[in-house]
Write a protein that binds this ligand. Structure first.
Ligand code: NI
Length: 167
């Protein structure tokens, strides 16, 4: 296994749209394992392949306290959503930034698991937020894009400054 490098906002590559995985195979499973290891090491609750510069529709999530309930979503699609909820979000690609984002409160997601079997999951609460956040990554969207232009400009400036300081 390997820890992968996580792209940092405002990296242009975070805005690439991910392609569907045509066949779930050993290469996909290796990506899933490395993404899971990277997420746990960060530590984070979710990671999209886009964030490690692989532009395929693969997501890993673990919102459990014990960090032992890995959920893998390949080619995920939200087939139903309802309600609205505001929740504070952060992102491994936007370190140190936490902002309120409004999303659907409940979602039904259809995806493939790492064996290539399809499944449907109904999620609410924090898991629903994570699923929507990670699927956005696959579409090239970072959560800060829900914020006002002014806030986005401030966040970009802050992160660029921090990047310069750490180089
Ligand atoms: Ni994120």
């Amino acid at each position: 296994m390997a820890i992968l490098k996580i792209l940092q906002y405002p990296d242009e590559r975070l805005h690439k749209a991910a392609k569907k995985v045509e066949r779930v195979n050993e290469v996909t499973r290796k990506l899933v394992r490395n993404m899971a290891e990277t997420m746990y090491a960060a530590p984070g609750v979710g990671l999209a392949a886009t964030q490690v510069d692989v532009h395929e529709q693969v997501i890993v999530i673990d919102v459990s306290e014990a960090r032992n309930q890995l959920k893998v979503f390949i080619n995920p699609e939200i087939i139903a959503s309802s309600g609205a909820e505001e929740c504070e979000e952060g992102c491994l690609s936007v370190p140190g930034i936490y902002e309120m984002v409004r999303r659907a409160a409940k979602v039904t997601v259809c995806a493939l698991n790492e064996k290539g079997d399809s499944f449907t999951l109904e999620a609410e609460g924090f898991l629903a937020v994570c699923i929507q956040h990670e699927i956005d990554h696959l579409h090239g969207k970072v959560f800060v894009e829900y914020l006002s232009q002014l806030k986005q400009t401030r966040i970009r400036a802050k992160l660029k400054k921090r990047l310069r300081e750490t180089m």
